[in-house]
Design a protein around this ligand. Sequence first.
Ligand SMILES: Nc1ncnc2c1ncn2[C@@H]1O[C@H](COP(=O)(O)OP(=O)(O)OP(=O)(O)O)[C@@H](O)[C@H]1O
Ligand SMILES: [Mg+2]
Length: 286
Amino acid sequence: MGRFPYPELPCRELILTPRGAGMRKSFGAVELLKDMSLAANEGEFLALVGPSGCGKSTLLAIIAGLESATEGDVMIGDRRVNDVPPKDRDIAMVFQSHALYPTMTVRENMAFGMKSRRVPKDHQREAIARVAALLQIEAMTLATRIAVMHKGVLQQFDVPKVIHEHPSNLFVAGFMGSPSMNVLPATVAKGGRLHLSLGDGRTADLPTAPGQPLPAPGARVEGRVTLPVEAVEPTGSETMVVLRAAGQEVIARYEPDDAPEPGQMSDLVIDMGKASLFDPKTELRI
Ligand SMILES: Nc1ncnc2c1ncn2[C@@H]1O[C@H](COP(=O)(O)OP(=O)(O)OP(=O)(O)O)[C@@H](O)[C@H]1O
Ligand SMILES: [Mg+2]
């Protein structure tokens, strides 16, 4: 679905519109895509992410015209393409490995579509070099916006910075990032502080309040906890440290020279301006 941000490529607007309740796709009794509504701008590079089976390929196949939506419209520019055959949509799709021609090299697979359309050889070479360079880069670092899907439902659709720093719910917080956001159970204590049970009868109070705007990044408000170190993984420029709190793993980045040893207790300083609060019942961001 990504339209690469190259000015020489024809980039048009792509819209999956809600018609009534939104785009839906069912296979028999199984509803795979639920209330899907997305609008990509002209020239935008959009990354679609989500766990295996959440419906990414199905959505792409609907956009390309290889599958049809059960409900809802696909618009490219101002043209409704629901009934337009794939070859007339001017869309290219690179399949996952099982749909490639195994007897061909990667280059031959990439050239196949252009060869059958009799694109001149030097144009083919140029296009392959450009796309091959792109494919080596993590799609997410190129994306202008990321659509996060889970069980056929769009969870969040925003620029990478907002997705990483302000995930809309616990699923997005746990799915995005490497490592993903640390999630710990907390209750609200007197004075609006967050009360954490760290395990072993130890507790910590952190200075923030649900429902209140979190402190601006400039005005740093710090929370402090001391946690046992379980494992240490040096990766070169930084060292990843696995600690434990409330029976759960907490992963923290350390400067290699400051990293603790397994078995030690380590003092953590939490930048509360970067903390997110979620309602444990609805799992939505507060
Ligand atoms: N034609 C079909 N008939 C019935 N079920 C289907 C059909 N096509 C896909 N599915 C089911 O829909 C679900 C979503 O599949 P889809 O391939 O869209 O997921 P995905 O997000 O692309 O996963 P992955 O990350 O593994 O590629 C899967 O459970 C799959 O078995
Ligand atoms: Mg897929």
